[in-house]
Write a protein that binds this ligand. Structure first.
Ligand SMILES: Nc1ncnc2c1ncn2[C@@H]1O[C@H](COP(=O)(O)OP(=O)(O)OP(=O)(O)O)[C@@H](O)[C@H]1O
Ligand SMILES: [Mg+2]
Length: 296
């Protein structure tokens, strides 16, 4: 068996809750005993509502946050074991939600792409050619190297962020809501680009989104996070066709339906006071039903 690109084992993260005097009075369990792995070339989708712990997991993988406990292995090597930051950057890169804020407004696109190439020690004369190649890979014209971020659309800026992330030829890209700041029509094109690049470069992706409809065709496997725990995991077609957990059904039920076929398999969610219930209300209702199976 080959070693997974990413392996997460029993990961936990608690944040202290402080009172007005700065004393720790409680702890938020942002990530609670999470384990999953991603194989070479695989797309793993991490879904869950706001506050479920998705970004905290991403930040721990990137080394921006320290786990309370648990292990993160990249190609079999433990991140906690003192892997040098430069070495890690070559293996894992991240694309953030907001393409605007991740690019320096005073640098041209070419200057921004130059930074990782210089850092990896590429010879000066090869850098311009590589910048052209990277722009081509994300389907932007070569003359974009001279442009500034404010001259680009949101989708174009996100393509530049992707070009910068793949510049160092990483094995894994962590994509934290990479398209949620973009128009729906642009979202699909960026996802198509990621699919193509993934195949071409044998990249693995951790694709984080609260939007399950984006995951359906993109992710090979899905993990559904609820309050820091993975409550459901499986191949994405299986999860969509036969969700095991009420919370997953709720997430799928809120996905816009395009075809009659999809409507037929969409789980029916009971409305509470005529409204789609919150995850919490729905789970409380199910719990009540389990306790009183006869009551209607
Ligand atoms: N630095 C921090 N200090 C204290 N609590 C934090 C911190 N970072 C995150 N949290 C808490 O951890 C939980 C998970 O947050 P996280 O940002 O990982 O959620 P998320 O799933 O990425 O949400 P969203 O979809 O809104 O981005 C939340 O309850 C959040 O308030
Ligand atoms: Mg987040």
């Amino acid at each position: 068996m080959t070693v997974p690109v990413l392996e997460i084992i029993g990961l936990n993260k608690g944040f202290p809750v402080k009172n007005g005097f700065g004393r720790t009075v409680d702890e938020v369990r942002a990530v609670d005993d999470v384990s999953f792995s991603i194989a070479k070339g695989e797309v793993y989708g991490l879904a869950g509502e706001s506050g479920s712990g998705k970004s905290t997991i991403a930040r721990m993988i990137m080394g921006l946050e320290r786990p309370t406990s648990g292990d993160i292995l990249i190609e079999g090597r433990n991140l906690g074991g003192g892997m040098a930051a430069a070495e890690k950057r070559k293996l894992v890169q991240m694309v953030f939600q907001n393409p605007g804020s991740s690019l320096n407004p005073r640098r041209t696109i070419g200057q921004s792409l130059r930074v990782p190439l210089e850092a990896m020690g590429l010879a000066g004369r090869k850098i311009d050619a590589r910048i052209g190649e990277l722009l081509d890979m994300v389907q932007l014209p070569a003359n974009f190297a001279e442009r500034f971020p404010h001259e680009l659309s949101g989708g174009q800026k996100q393509r530049v962020a992707i070009a910068r992330a793949i510049a160092v030829q990483p094995r894994l890209l962590v994509l934290d809501e990479p398209t949620s700041a973009l128009d729906v029509s642009v979202q699909a094109k960026v996802i198509d680009l990621l699919v193509d690049l993934g195949r071409e470069l044998e990249l693995s992706y951790l694709f984080i989104s609260h939007d399950l409809s984006l995951m359906r065709n993109f992710a090979d496997r899905i993990g559904v996070l609820y309050r820091g725990r993975i409550v459901e995991t499986g191949r994405s077609d299986a999860v969509f066709e036969n969700p095991a957990h009420d919370y997953t059904r709720l997430l799928i039920a809120s996905v816009p339906v395009v075809t009659a076929e999809e409507e037929a398999v969409r789980p029916k969610i009971p409305l509470i006071d005529g409204e789609i219930p919150t995850a919490e209300a729905l789970l409380a209702l199910r719990e009540q039903e389990r306790r009183n199976p006869t009551s209607e």
